[in-house]
Design a protein around this ligand. Sequence first.
Ligand SMILES: O=C1O[C@H](COP(=O)(O)O)[C@@H](O)[C@H](O)[C@H]1O
Length: 256
Amino acid sequence: MSEVSVIVHADAGMLAQAVAARLAVRLIDAQAERGEASVVLTGGTIAAAVYRALRDSPARDAVDWGRVDVWWGDERFVPHDDPDRNELQAREALLDALPLDPARVHPMPPSDGPDGPDPEAAAARYADELSRAAKPGTAALPHFDLLLLGVGEDGHVASVFPEHPVAYEDRPVAAVRGAPKPPPVRLTLTLPAINTAEEVWLIASGTGKASAVRLALSGAGPVQVPAAGVRGVERTLWLLDRPAASEIGPRFRSLR
Ligand SMILES: O=C1O[C@H](COP(=O)(O)O)[C@@H](O)[C@H](O)[C@H]1O
């Protein structure tokens, strides 16, 4: 299990720029090592700012986007053109500007997709898509070089919510009904699936996230605070702005 490290940036703008730069480098490094790269995207406000910062950065052209697989860590189970979809937000903020191979972009199914409004069937379909991309005969999941997570004010990550049955789930993909944050029906990678990623970065901005960040970094249980249960295989990195880091002690603070 990897060590947890924390980097704190001055404000949300600096955080977004720094994460965007780091993201480009991570994909470049993975491509240098493996010939390709895979990233799991998150939804959320700060994630959208990171995507826009990467779209507007000249460094983005150093990535060979045709050899990047794009997956999602969670999705709101709404129609394909609903602005609530994490996919739509990522496409508008970044993906539409990149020369990606469409066959390597893997959105989670919408509620008007092949399984209609059946989130359990849609979750099974996504699990199947993931397992088809895994190395034959090895795992249920492909290799993830990097998995990005936002952090909810209640400590949720992806759509794994505190005290919800999904927090106990060990299948890789789950349907979520009755989510405390709208919309109530969602699809998500579960904590065991998230924790197969080589690197996981948890990104949080603003005072509203400060208490969740403190709890997650101070030994809370993963059912009570799902962010506390996140561990990348090689690296677990918290990327914060000062307001989000305002309740953690100096032991964790490396201010940049
Ligand atoms: O609903 C969701 O919320 C979280 C956090 O979003 P934020 O706007 O508070 O940063 C996000 O990470 C997740 O992907 C999304 O579905």
